[in-house]
Write a protein that binds this ligand. Sequence first.
Ligand code: ADP
Length: 416
Amino acid sequence: MKLGVIADDFTGATDIAGFLVENGLATLQLSGIPDNAELPVADALVVCLKSRSCPADEAVVSSLAALAWLREQGCDRIYQKYCSTFDSTREGNIGPVTDALLDALGADFTLICPSLPVNGRTVYQGNLFVGPQPLSESGMRHHPLTPMTDSNLLRLMDAQGRGRTGLVPFNTIAAGPEAIAAALTTLREDGYRYAVVDTLTEQHLLDIAAAVSDWPLVTGGSGLAIGLARLFSQGQAETARASGHPMPGRCAILSGSCSQMTNRQVAHYREQAPSLALSVEECLKDPTYPARLADWVLSQGPGPAPLIYATTTPEVLGDIQRQHGAQAASEAVEACFAALAERLVAAGVSNLIIAGGETSSRVTQALDINAFHIGPQIAPGVPWVRATDRPLSLALKSGNFGDEGFFSIAQEFFYD
Ligand code: ADP
Protein backbone atom coordinates (compact mmCIF):
# COMPACT_ATOMS: atom_id res chain seq x y z
CA MET A 1 0.00 0.00 0.00
CA LYS A 2 1.03 3.60 -0.50
CA LEU A 3 -0.58 6.57 1.24
CA GLY A 4 -1.37 9.77 -0.65
CA VAL A 5 -2.21 12.88 1.37
CA ILE A 6 -3.90 16.01 0.04
CA ALA A 7 -3.23 18.82 2.54
CA ASP A 8 -4.96 22.20 2.39
CA ASP A 9 -2.00 24.31 3.51
CA PHE A 10 1.74 24.25 3.87
CA THR A 11 2.48 23.89 7.57
CA GLY A 12 -0.56 21.58 7.81
CA ALA A 13 1.17 19.34 5.29
CA THR A 14 4.40 19.37 7.27
CA ASP A 15 2.41 18.60 10.39
CA ILE A 16 0.95 15.35 9.02
CA ALA A 17 4.17 14.43 7.24
CA GLY A 18 5.98 14.64 10.59
CA PHE A 19 3.57 12.19 12.20
CA LEU A 20 3.81 9.77 9.27
CA VAL A 21 7.59 9.64 9.54
CA GLU A 22 7.58 9.44 13.33
CA ASN A 23 5.35 6.40 13.06
CA GLY A 24 7.37 4.59 10.45
CA LEU A 25 6.56 5.72 6.90
CA ALA A 26 9.27 7.25 4.69
CA THR A 27 7.52 10.41 3.49
CA LEU A 28 8.01 13.03 0.79
CA GLN A 29 6.26 16.39 0.89
CA LEU A 30 5.57 18.18 -2.37
CA SER A 31 4.67 21.82 -2.91
CA GLY A 32 1.78 21.26 -5.29
CA ILE A 33 2.00 18.72 -8.08
CA PRO A 34 5.60 18.39 -9.26
CA ASP A 35 6.42 18.89 -12.96
CA ASN A 36 8.62 15.85 -13.29
CA ALA A 37 7.87 12.62 -11.53
CA GLU A 38 11.55 11.75 -10.86
CA LEU A 39 11.12 11.43 -7.12
CA PRO A 40 12.91 9.38 -4.48
CA VAL A 41 10.99 6.30 -3.35
CA ALA A 42 8.65 6.82 -0.36
CA ASP A 43 5.81 5.07 1.48
CA ALA A 44 3.72 8.24 1.67
CA LEU A 45 3.42 11.30 -0.57
CA VAL A 46 2.00 14.51 0.88
CA VAL A 47 0.86 17.10 -1.68
CA CYS A 48 0.49 20.50 -0.13
CA LEU A 49 -2.05 22.87 -1.66
CA LYS A 50 -3.19 26.37 -0.75
CA SER A 51 -6.84 25.40 -0.71
CA ARG A 52 -8.02 26.22 2.80
CA SER A 53 -9.34 29.73 2.22
CA CYS A 54 -9.63 30.07 -1.56
CA PRO A 55 -13.05 29.85 -3.32
CA ALA A 56 -14.52 26.33 -2.90
CA ASP A 57 -14.55 25.53 -6.62
CA GLU A 58 -10.82 26.28 -6.88
CA ALA A 59 -10.16 24.03 -3.87
CA VAL A 60 -12.09 21.22 -5.58
CA VAL A 61 -10.17 21.59 -8.84
CA SER A 62 -6.74 21.58 -7.18
CA SER A 63 -7.67 18.69 -4.85
CA LEU A 64 -8.91 16.55 -7.76
CA ALA A 65 -5.71 17.27 -9.68
CA ALA A 66 -3.70 16.20 -6.63
CA LEU A 67 -5.80 13.05 -6.34
CA ALA A 68 -5.21 12.13 -9.99
CA TRP A 69 -1.46 12.65 -9.60
CA LEU A 70 -1.28 10.63 -6.38
CA ARG A 71 -3.13 7.74 -7.97
CA GLU A 72 -0.72 7.83 -10.91
CA GLN A 73 2.09 7.45 -8.37
CA GLY A 74 0.44 4.29 -7.05
CA CYS A 75 -1.25 5.68 -3.93
CA ASP A 76 -4.13 3.35 -3.11
CA ARG A 77 -5.17 5.07 0.14
CA ILE A 78 -6.08 8.76 0.14
CA TYR A 79 -6.11 11.07 3.16
CA GLN A 80 -7.75 14.49 2.95
CA LYS A 81 -5.86 16.56 5.54
CA TYR A 82 -7.34 19.73 7.04
CA CYS A 83 -6.66 21.64 10.21
CA SER A 84 -7.36 20.08 13.60
CA THR A 85 -9.58 23.11 14.29
CA PHE A 86 -11.63 22.27 11.16
CA ASP A 87 -10.78 25.68 9.61
CA SER A 88 -13.53 26.30 7.08
CA THR A 89 -16.54 28.48 6.31
CA ARG A 90 -20.20 27.53 5.87
CA GLU A 91 -19.48 26.99 2.18
CA GLY A 92 -16.35 24.92 2.71
CA ASN A 93 -13.81 24.14 1.70
CA ILE A 94 -13.75 20.86 3.62
CA GLY A 95 -17.20 19.54 2.60
CA PRO A 96 -17.00 20.28 -1.14
CA VAL A 97 -13.51 18.77 -1.37
CA THR A 98 -14.63 15.64 0.53
CA ASP A 99 -17.60 15.22 -1.83
CA ALA A 100 -15.44 15.66 -4.92
CA LEU A 101 -12.87 13.13 -3.67
CA LEU A 102 -15.58 10.60 -2.77
CA ASP A 103 -17.11 10.93 -6.24
CA ALA A 104 -13.76 10.61 -7.99
CA LEU A 105 -12.95 7.48 -5.98
CA GLY A 106 -16.38 5.95 -6.56
CA ALA A 107 -17.00 5.90 -2.79
CA ASP A 108 -20.07 7.01 -0.83
CA PHE A 109 -18.91 7.19 2.79
CA THR A 110 -15.99 8.56 4.77
CA LEU A 111 -14.66 9.60 8.14
CA ILE A 112 -14.40 13.06 9.73
CA CYS A 113 -11.58 12.92 12.27
CA PRO A 114 -9.92 16.27 13.08
CA SER A 115 -8.72 15.32 16.56
CA LEU A 116 -5.11 15.48 17.73
CA PRO A 117 -5.11 14.76 21.47
CA VAL A 118 -1.36 15.40 21.86
CA ASN A 119 -2.06 19.04 20.92
CA GLY A 120 -5.31 19.26 22.90
CA ARG A 121 -7.73 18.77 19.99
CA THR A 122 -10.38 16.24 21.04
CA VAL A 123 -13.92 15.37 19.95
CA TYR A 124 -16.71 14.45 22.37
CA GLN A 125 -20.33 13.82 21.34
CA GLY A 126 -19.40 15.27 17.97
CA ASN A 127 -18.13 18.54 19.47
CA LEU A 128 -14.57 19.68 18.80
CA PHE A 129 -12.52 20.98 21.73
CA VAL A 130 -9.32 23.04 21.75
CA GLY A 131 -7.79 22.21 25.12
CA PRO A 132 -10.57 22.76 27.68
CA GLN A 133 -12.64 25.01 25.41
CA PRO A 134 -15.24 24.14 22.80
CA LEU A 135 -13.94 25.25 19.38
CA SER A 136 -16.43 28.14 19.21
CA GLU A 137 -15.17 29.57 22.52
CA SER A 138 -11.49 29.21 21.60
CA GLY A 139 -9.35 31.84 19.85
CA MET A 140 -10.54 30.31 16.56
CA ARG A 141 -13.81 32.25 16.85
CA HIS A 142 -11.80 35.37 15.93
CA HIS A 143 -9.86 33.88 13.03
CA PRO A 144 -9.66 36.51 10.23
CA LEU A 145 -10.48 34.10 7.37
CA THR A 146 -12.24 31.09 8.87
CA PRO A 147 -13.86 32.13 12.17
CA MET A 148 -15.22 28.99 13.85
CA THR A 149 -18.43 29.87 15.68
CA ASP A 150 -19.92 26.38 15.94
CA SER A 151 -18.15 23.47 17.69
CA ASN A 152 -20.47 20.74 16.44
CA LEU A 153 -18.86 18.77 13.63
CA LEU A 154 -22.13 17.17 12.55
CA ARG A 155 -23.75 20.56 11.98
CA LEU A 156 -20.61 21.92 10.31
CA MET A 157 -20.38 18.99 7.93
CA ASP A 158 -24.13 18.90 7.23
CA ALA A 159 -23.90 22.55 6.17
CA GLN A 160 -20.85 22.08 3.93
CA GLY A 161 -21.39 18.64 2.45
CA ARG A 162 -23.94 17.06 0.15
CA GLY A 163 -25.00 14.26 2.49
CA ARG A 164 -25.91 13.56 6.13
CA THR A 165 -23.47 13.26 9.00
CA GLY A 166 -23.67 10.63 11.73
CA LEU A 167 -21.72 10.07 14.94
CA VAL A 168 -19.77 7.15 16.37
CA PRO A 169 -19.95 8.12 20.02
CA PHE A 170 -17.34 7.79 22.72
CA ASN A 171 -18.68 4.58 24.31
CA THR A 172 -18.49 2.74 20.97
CA ILE A 173 -15.02 4.11 20.23
CA ALA A 174 -13.86 2.93 23.66
CA ALA A 175 -15.04 -0.61 22.81
CA GLY A 176 -12.29 -0.98 20.18
CA PRO A 177 -11.81 -1.52 16.42
CA GLU A 178 -14.48 -4.17 15.86
CA ALA A 179 -17.19 -2.16 17.56
CA ILE A 180 -16.09 0.95 15.66
CA ALA A 181 -16.15 -0.90 12.33
CA ALA A 182 -19.65 -2.25 13.09
CA ALA A 183 -20.95 1.23 13.99
CA LEU A 184 -19.48 2.69 10.80
CA THR A 185 -21.14 -0.03 8.72
CA THR A 186 -24.49 0.71 10.37
CA LEU A 187 -24.19 4.44 9.67
CA ARG A 188 -23.39 3.73 6.04
CA GLU A 189 -26.29 1.33 5.67
CA ASP A 190 -28.57 3.95 7.21
CA GLY A 191 -27.66 6.34 4.38
CA TYR A 192 -25.15 8.58 6.11
CA ARG A 193 -22.30 9.92 3.99
CA TYR A 194 -19.90 11.15 6.71
CA ALA A 195 -19.08 9.72 10.13
CA VAL A 196 -17.76 11.95 12.90
CA VAL A 197 -15.79 9.91 15.43
CA ASP A 198 -15.42 10.89 19.09
CA THR A 199 -11.74 10.83 20.01
CA LEU A 200 -10.25 11.65 23.39
CA THR A 201 -6.97 9.74 23.41
CA GLU A 202 -4.28 8.47 21.09
CA GLN A 203 -5.51 4.91 21.71
CA HIS A 204 -8.85 5.96 20.19
CA LEU A 205 -7.00 7.16 17.09
CA LEU A 206 -5.20 3.82 16.81
CA ASP A 207 -8.46 1.90 17.12
CA ILE A 208 -10.26 4.13 14.61
CA ALA A 209 -7.35 3.71 12.17
CA ALA A 210 -7.60 -0.08 12.53
CA ALA A 211 -11.31 0.09 11.64
CA VAL A 212 -10.76 2.16 8.46
CA SER A 213 -7.34 1.04 7.22
CA ASP A 214 -8.70 -0.40 3.97
CA TRP A 215 -10.89 2.59 3.09
CA PRO A 216 -10.02 4.43 -0.14
CA LEU A 217 -10.57 7.84 1.53
CA VAL A 218 -10.35 9.15 5.05
CA THR A 219 -10.41 12.80 6.15
CA GLY A 220 -8.98 14.42 9.23
CA GLY A 221 -6.30 16.41 11.00
CA SER A 222 -2.90 14.85 11.47
CA GLY A 223 -3.84 12.59 14.42
CA LEU A 224 -5.38 9.74 12.44
CA ALA A 225 -2.12 9.53 10.50
CA ILE A 226 -0.45 8.21 13.66
CA GLY A 227 -2.65 5.12 13.62
CA LEU A 228 -2.55 4.57 9.85
CA ALA A 229 1.22 4.95 9.67
CA ARG A 230 1.73 2.38 12.44
CA LEU A 231 -0.50 -0.08 10.59
CA PHE A 232 1.10 0.46 7.19
CA SER A 233 4.71 0.71 8.39
CA GLN A 234 7.18 -2.15 8.14
CA GLY A 235 8.56 -0.96 11.49
CA GLN A 236 11.36 1.16 10.06
CA ALA A 237 10.92 4.49 11.77
CA GLU A 238 14.70 5.11 11.98
CA THR A 239 15.19 4.60 8.26
CA ALA A 240 12.09 6.70 7.55
CA ARG A 241 13.55 9.61 9.52
CA ALA A 242 17.10 9.32 8.19
CA SER A 243 16.65 10.88 4.76
CA GLY A 244 15.14 14.03 6.29
CA HIS A 245 17.63 14.40 9.14
CA PRO A 246 19.47 17.76 9.19
CA MET A 247 23.28 17.84 8.91
CA PRO A 248 25.64 19.99 10.96
CA GLY A 249 26.22 23.27 9.11
CA ARG A 250 25.60 26.96 9.26
CA CYS A 251 22.17 27.80 10.66
CA ALA A 252 20.01 30.92 10.97
CA ILE A 253 16.60 31.58 12.53
CA LEU A 254 14.01 33.85 10.88
CA SER A 255 10.91 34.56 12.92
CA GLY A 256 7.96 36.20 11.16
CA SER A 257 5.18 35.02 13.47
CA CYS A 258 3.59 37.26 16.10
CA SER A 259 1.76 34.46 17.91
CA GLN A 260 1.86 34.23 21.69
CA MET A 261 4.08 31.15 21.65
CA THR A 262 6.51 32.61 19.13
CA ASN A 263 6.80 35.74 21.30
CA ARG A 264 7.79 33.49 24.21
CA GLN A 265 10.21 31.49 22.07
CA VAL A 266 11.92 34.64 20.80
CA ALA A 267 12.17 36.17 24.30
CA HIS A 268 13.67 32.92 25.61
CA TYR A 269 16.17 32.49 22.77
CA ARG A 270 17.34 36.13 22.83
CA GLU A 271 18.86 35.48 26.24
CA GLN A 272 21.27 32.92 24.84
CA ALA A 273 22.09 33.82 21.23
CA PRO A 274 22.81 36.81 18.97
CA SER A 275 19.54 38.37 17.87
CA LEU A 276 18.36 41.34 15.84
CA ALA A 277 14.86 42.86 15.60
CA LEU A 278 13.71 43.49 12.06
CA SER A 279 12.63 47.07 11.32
CA VAL A 280 9.39 47.25 9.33
CA GLU A 281 10.29 50.83 8.23
CA GLU A 282 13.56 49.59 6.72
CA CYS A 283 11.73 46.70 5.01
CA LEU A 284 9.37 49.21 3.42
CA LYS A 285 11.90 51.80 2.31
CA ASP A 286 15.32 50.24 1.75
CA PRO A 287 15.83 47.60 -0.94
CA THR A 288 19.34 46.91 0.42
CA TYR A 289 17.97 45.97 3.85
CA PRO A 290 17.93 42.16 3.26
CA ALA A 291 21.58 42.34 2.19
CA ARG A 292 22.49 44.24 5.36
CA LEU A 293 20.64 41.70 7.49
CA ALA A 294 22.43 38.88 5.69
CA ASP A 295 25.79 40.55 6.42
CA TRP A 296 24.89 40.70 10.10
CA VAL A 297 23.92 37.00 10.19
CA LEU A 298 27.05 35.93 8.32
CA SER A 299 29.31 37.98 10.61
CA GLN A 300 28.25 35.97 13.68
CA GLY A 301 30.69 33.42 15.02
CA PRO A 302 30.05 29.75 15.75
CA GLY A 303 27.68 28.87 18.59
CA PRO A 304 23.92 29.16 18.76
CA ALA A 305 22.40 30.27 15.44
CA PRO A 306 21.67 34.00 15.07
CA LEU A 307 18.01 35.06 15.16
CA ILE A 308 16.32 37.79 13.13
CA TYR A 309 12.79 38.46 14.28
CA ALA A 310 9.80 40.56 13.23
CA THR A 311 7.92 38.96 16.11
CA THR A 312 6.28 41.53 18.31
CA THR A 313 3.42 42.05 20.76
CA PRO A 314 -0.19 42.62 19.59
CA GLU A 315 0.05 46.27 20.76
CA VAL A 316 3.16 47.09 18.71
CA LEU A 317 1.84 45.10 15.75
CA GLY A 318 -1.42 47.10 15.93
CA ASP A 319 0.57 50.39 15.83
CA ILE A 320 2.63 49.22 12.85
CA GLN A 321 -0.48 48.08 10.99
CA ARG A 322 -2.28 51.39 11.65
CA GLN A 323 0.74 53.33 10.43
CA HIS A 324 1.53 51.36 7.26
CA GLY A 325 -1.57 49.24 6.61
CA ALA A 326 -1.73 45.56 7.68
CA GLN A 327 -1.40 44.21 4.16
CA ALA A 328 1.54 46.43 3.19
CA ALA A 329 3.40 45.72 6.43
CA SER A 330 2.91 41.94 6.17
CA GLU A 331 3.95 41.92 2.55
CA ALA A 332 7.08 43.98 3.27
CA VAL A 333 8.11 41.71 6.15
CA GLU A 334 7.50 38.51 4.20
CA ALA A 335 9.36 39.84 1.14
CA CYS A 336 12.29 40.85 3.33
CA PHE A 337 12.52 37.40 4.94
CA ALA A 338 12.29 35.73 1.52
CA ALA A 339 15.11 37.87 0.10
CA LEU A 340 17.18 37.35 3.24
CA ALA A 341 16.74 33.56 3.08
CA GLU A 342 17.85 33.53 -0.57
CA ARG A 343 21.01 35.45 0.31
CA LEU A 344 21.81 33.28 3.30
CA VAL A 345 21.43 30.04 1.36
CA ALA A 346 23.54 31.43 -1.50
CA ALA A 347 26.23 32.25 1.10
CA GLY A 348 26.30 28.67 2.42
CA VAL A 349 23.75 28.60 5.25
CA SER A 350 22.43 25.05 5.07
CA ASN A 351 19.91 25.02 7.93
CA LEU A 352 17.07 27.50 8.37
CA ILE A 353 14.60 27.61 11.23
CA ILE A 354 11.52 29.63 10.27
CA ALA A 355 8.63 30.67 12.51
CA GLY A 356 5.29 31.58 10.92
CA GLY A 357 3.02 29.69 8.52
CA GLU A 358 2.84 32.36 5.83
CA THR A 359 6.47 33.25 6.39
CA SER A 360 7.43 29.60 5.85
CA SER A 361 5.43 29.33 2.62
CA ARG A 362 6.97 32.52 1.31
CA VAL A 363 10.53 31.46 2.10
CA THR A 364 10.16 27.98 0.58
CA GLN A 365 8.65 29.54 -2.56
CA ALA A 366 11.53 31.99 -2.82
CA LEU A 367 14.03 29.16 -2.43
CA ASP A 368 12.11 27.24 -5.11
CA ILE A 369 11.99 24.00 -3.15
CA ASN A 370 9.40 21.65 -4.59
CA ALA A 371 10.03 18.42 -2.71
CA PHE A 372 11.22 17.60 0.79
CA HIS A 373 12.27 14.51 2.69
CA ILE A 374 10.62 14.59 6.08
CA GLY A 375 12.91 14.04 9.07
CA PRO A 376 12.59 13.75 12.84
CA GLN A 377 10.05 15.82 14.78
CA ILE A 378 11.35 18.74 16.84
CA ALA A 379 7.93 19.19 18.46
CA PRO A 380 4.62 17.46 17.71
CA GLY A 381 3.71 18.50 14.16
CA VAL A 382 7.05 20.21 13.40
CA PRO A 383 9.62 17.97 11.71
CA TRP A 384 12.96 18.94 10.18
CA VAL A 385 12.59 18.70 6.41
CA ARG A 386 15.33 18.44 3.78
CA ALA A 387 15.20 19.54 0.14
CA THR A 388 15.46 16.51 -2.14
CA ASP A 389 17.67 18.33 -4.67
CA ARG A 390 20.30 20.09 -2.50
CA PRO A 391 21.84 20.02 0.98
CA LEU A 392 19.39 22.37 2.66
CA SER A 393 17.28 21.64 5.75
CA LEU A 394 14.38 23.65 7.11
CA ALA A 395 12.38 23.66 10.33
CA LEU A 396 9.05 25.30 9.49
CA LYS A 397 6.89 26.15 12.47
CA SER A 398 3.45 27.68 12.35
CA GLY A 399 2.68 30.23 15.05
CA ASN A 400 1.63 28.35 18.14
CA PHE A 401 3.61 25.13 17.71
CA GLY A 402 6.56 24.09 19.85
CA ASP A 403 7.39 25.08 23.40
CA GLU A 404 9.57 27.87 24.77
CA GLY A 405 12.89 26.18 23.98
CA PHE A 406 11.96 25.32 20.37
CA PHE A 407 14.76 27.27 18.63
CA SER A 408 17.48 25.61 20.73
CA ILE A 409 15.90 22.16 20.65
CA ALA A 410 15.80 22.30 16.83
CA GLN A 411 19.59 22.79 16.73
CA GLU A 412 20.27 19.78 18.96
CA PHE A 413 19.37 17.55 15.99
CA PHE A 414 22.56 18.55 14.12
CA TYR A 415 24.58 16.49 16.56
CA ASP A 416 22.33 13.41 16.92
P1 ADP B 1 1.58 32.58 12.17
O1 ADP B 1 1.90 31.17 11.82
O2 ADP B 1 1.89 32.94 13.59
O3 ADP B 1 0.17 32.98 11.74
P2 ADP B 1 2.49 33.88 9.76
O4 ADP B 1 3.89 33.96 9.20
O5 ADP B 1 1.53 32.95 9.07
O6 ADP B 1 2.60 33.50 11.31
O7 ADP B 1 1.80 35.29 9.77
C1 ADP B 1 2.36 36.39 10.39
C2 ADP B 1 2.19 37.59 9.47
O8 ADP B 1 2.51 38.76 10.23
C3 ADP B 1 3.18 37.57 8.29
O9 ADP B 1 2.53 38.06 7.14
C4 ADP B 1 4.27 38.51 8.75
O10 ADP B 1 4.96 39.09 7.68
C5 ADP B 1 3.48 39.53 9.53
N1 ADP B 1 4.32 40.21 10.52
C6 ADP B 1 5.19 39.64 11.38
N2 ADP B 1 5.80 40.55 12.13
C7 ADP B 1 5.30 41.74 11.77
C8 ADP B 1 5.54 43.07 12.20
N3 ADP B 1 6.42 43.35 13.16
N4 ADP B 1 4.84 44.05 11.61
C9 ADP B 1 3.93 43.77 10.66
N5 ADP B 1 3.66 42.54 10.20
C10 ADP B 1 4.34 41.52 10.75
